[in-house]
Design a protein around this ligand. Structure first.
Ligand SMILES: Nc1ncnc2c1ncn2[C@@H]1O[C@H](COP(=O)(O)OP(=O)(O)OP(=O)(O)O)[C@@H](O)[C@H]1O
Length: 305
């Protein structure tokens, strides 16, 4: 019999998963899995369990919010063998689930986790920490830690953030030296984003197939300072129309990049606080983890739901 380890954070999303455990286990069993249930006991426990026990199982499924998922991903990255990873969203925000086409209902998500729609994804490392889809600094951190994963592609997401800027005086400039094989630039930036996102909206100048989650490359967007509200609007327009030739930002792709600043810069990783650092070293581990995905064809509809 195939063996499945189900790692559950019982506290995620204020205990959202509690009443669904039996139905989820039953779903796994019907799909032919012998289920081991592990309830996490505290911070980093999911990382330890995933790392230490990955080799014993054919599949690992994680139930919790983005925090728990990140802990399991970290454990798998540190493990010798990495079985496919299923995800049952049970947190307060579950951005990542949506981009993988995983349903909100735990039992429906369990059915996806028991299925065989495998999708290898790139995993990022930010200094010593792993992240799934985005590392960012700048206005982002001042506007909100939460950016909707489902918000279009890299430009749409940035436009969303830029439009959330209420006053120019709240924007700090960060002098950064940015290095990668593809591009070296030293300048002031108000926002930077290194991301691996789905592209579902599509823009006139950018193909909807343009962003791949498993190509080993990050999309990097660095936004220059704006002087007045008009420029802010132009910037948002350039982002919304996907104007890659805009003089208001730099956009390129790379698998490895470093950022150096004189002062500490606040970063967010997957929408959570990622630390205040002068030096950030970001590496893409291509196709490092195989996820079990749902139906991603209707992502755009899901976004509007
Ligand atoms: N038994 C436990 N008691 C308390 N905290 C736990 C326990 N098990 C895990 N945790 C911690 O709970 C934290 C929050 O989990 P997670 O992010 O998955 O849920 P959430 O905060 O409800 O959801 P979201 O991040 O989507 O808002 C994790 O960082 C994890 O370390």
């Amino acid at each position: 019999m195939k063996k499945l380890l189900w790692i559950v954070n019982p506290h995620a999303g204020r205990g959202a998963i509690a009443g669904k455990v039996v139905d989820c286990v039953s779903t796994f069993q019907k799909a032919g899995y012998d289920v081991t249930l592990y309830a996490t006991q505290g911070t980093k426990d999911a990382t330890r369990v995933a790392r230490e026990r990955a080799a014993e199982f054919d599949r690992i499924v994680c139930a919790g919010g983005d925090g728990t998922l990140n802990e399991v991903v970290t454990g798998l990255m540190e493990a010798q063998t990495r079985p496919p990873l299923g995800y049952i969203p049970a947190g307060t925000t579950n951005d990542f689930a949506l981009s993988l086409g995983i349903p909100k209902s735990p039992v429906e998500a369990a059915a996806v986790a028991a299925s065989d729609n495998l999708q290898a994804l790139d995993i990022g490392m930010f200094n010593e920490r792993y992240f799934n889809y985005i590392a960012a600094f700048g206005v982002f951190t001042e506007v909100s830690y939460a950016t909707p994963q489902q918000t279009k592609n890299v430009f749409g997401r940035a436009a969303y953030i830029i439009e959330g800027v209420k006053s120019l005086t709240s924007i700090r400039e960060h002098h950064m030296c940015v290095n990668s094989a593809e591009m070296t630039v030293e300048d002031d930036f108000i926002f930077g984003m290194v991301s691996n996102t789905v592209s579902v909206g599509g823009f006139k100048t950018i193909s909807t197939d343009d962003v791949a989650l498993d190509d080993g490359l990050y999309e990097v967007l660095l936004v220059y300072p704006v002087e007045n509200p008009m420029e802010l609007q132009w910037l948002a327009n350039d982002l919304l129309t996907g104007n890659v030739d805009s003089s208001r930002f730099v956009y390129f792709r790379t698998s490895q990049i470093t950022f150096d600043a004189k002062n500490d810069v606040l970063w967010t990783l997957d929408g959570e606080f990622g630390g205040a650092v002068k030096h950030a070293d970001i590496t893409n581990f291509s196709r490092a983890i195989t996820f079990i995905a749902g139906d991603t064809k209707n992502l755009e509809n899901a976004e509007e739901a």
